[in-house]
Write a protein that binds this ligand. Structure first.
Ligand SMILES: Cc1ncc(COP(=O)(O)O)c(C=O)c1O
Length: 399
């Protein structure tokens, strides 16, 4: 590794990178388990995991072993050829999801983009006017033009308008508005079962059930974006599986934790949605490469054992934060499921994130006032207690 001081790292980025990120003043050098370490060796409890990616924490021995092993054999083949891991991974995800066919890509945005293409193609086969999409206020679906077009937050969109036409936004959990937005020209509706970037807002069962019924009535595809809320994080494989009875989407997209830090996204579709993508209509060079797929299979081998822990320890975290909330009225609400937790404050949370970092705890803040915690699936009560102690101390200082 190039031996650089903190100052040269920051200055080189300042001089040569696009200035699109506002990074925290922290340079990470390595990680182990639930902790990461900076250049000076200071330790941080990682409760954000690279925005919900490092599901098994850092340097998990089984992940390190398969990466080492596979890197020495074959990393990438393109999709010109078969390799041994895409099919088994697709089978696994199909069994987990209750859907039928998978497509692999490299990120959440790219998966969303593919799902939009699926909806457009599905609609176009019925009528040239059936291309409208319904999405929710405060949603976040990624940064490409298609994904931005269905992202219900003006701050991400306004510099890039005009975006894709035909998108209607509806207030989350407003079933009357949802009903009014549907028409025979609706090709698809996209929902995050628990909105992530928008402030950890779970959708109500009633609202999702209505979306399912309306999508059926108008022959539109119901697309679940599980990029942030899926793949074990909510305590079930996918967030739509939390409701009883389960409301199946036609299409589900996910990414972040599935390959424990390697870029991998996926689309899973039922037969009707999968039929919209015919040979030659979609593809990727990198998507579903050997290394990422093999790591994902290794991770999914461990996930069944982790789910009860996610549910239990997530509950413990939730209850502990509610106790803090009872003592401090600056906390408006604690929301989320499993290991996806949002703490809404009555004041902006940015400074608290920096103060937590100084105390050795990594979290972030979304939607200005919501502290967001996406810890690794391997945490125990000890780690939760440590995080809650730090948060409680910092929250007590808020006015
Ligand atoms: C719900 C949701 N969809 C899509 C994306 C975009 O994913 P990516 O950053 O991997 O492109 C995100 C990222 O945070 C997300 O939370």
């Amino acid at each position: 590794m190039v031996d650089q001081t903190a100052q040269t790292i920051v200055e080189t980025e300042r001089d040569y990178l696009l200035q699109n990120y506002a990074r925290y003043p922290l340079i990470l050098a390595r990680g182990k388990g639930c902790y990461v370490y900076d250049l000076e060796g200071k330790r941080y409890l990682d409760f954000i995991t690279g925005i919900g990616v490092n599901a098994l924490g850092h340097a998990h021995p089984r992940i390190v072993k398969v990466i080492r092993d596979q890197a020495g054999l074959l990393i990438h083949t393109s999709n010109l050829y078969y390799h041994a891991y895409q099919g088994p991974l697709a089978k696994r995800l199909v069994e987990m999801s209750g859907l039928k066919r998978a497509f692999f890509c490299n990120s959440g945005t790219e998966a969303v983009e593919g799902a939009i293409k699926m909806a457009h193609s599905h609609g176009r086969a019925i009528s040239s006017e059936k291309f409208e999409m319904i999405a929710l206020d405060n949603s976040f679906h990624g940064r490409t033009i298609g994904a931005l077009s269905i992202t219900g937050q003006p701050k991400y969109r306004h510099d890039f308008e005009p975006l894709m036409p035909g998108v209607k936004f509806v207030k989350a959990n407003d079933t009357a508005a949802l009903e009014a937005a549907f028409s025979r020209n609706t090709a698809g509706i996209v929902l995050e079962m628990i909105q992530g970037e928008g402030g950890i807002n779970p959708l109500s069962h009633e609202f999702v059930a209505k979306a399912r019924a309306l999508a059926d009535q108008y022959n539109a595809l119901l697309i679940a974006d599980e990029t942030q809320c899926g793949v074990g994080r909510p305590g079930t494989y996918f967030a739509y599986q939390r409701s009883t009875p389960v409301i199946l989407p036609d299409v589900m997209v996910a990414a972040k934790p599935v390959a424990c830090g390697l870029p991998l996204g996926f689309i899973i579709a039922n037969d009707k949605a999968a039929a919209a993508i015919k040979p030659g209509m979609h593809g990727t060079t990198f998507g579903g490469n050997v290394l990422a797929c093999r790591v994902a299979l290794e991770f999914l081998d461990m996930l069944d054992e982790l789910l009860p822990n996610i549910e239990r320890i997530g509950g413990y975290f939730h209850v502990s934060m509610n106790e803090v909330a009872r003592k401090h009225s600056v906390i408006k609400e604690v929301r989320g499921f499993g290991l996806m937790l949002g703490v809404e404050l009555a004041v902006p949370g940015k400074q608290l994130v920096l103060d937590a970092m100084a105390e050795g705890l990594l979290i972030n803040c979304t939607h200005d006032t919501v502290l967001r915690m996406l810890p690794p699936y391997i945490i125990g009560e000890k780690e939760v207690d440590q995080a809650v102690k730090t948060l409680s101390k910092l929250i007590a200082k808020l006015k």
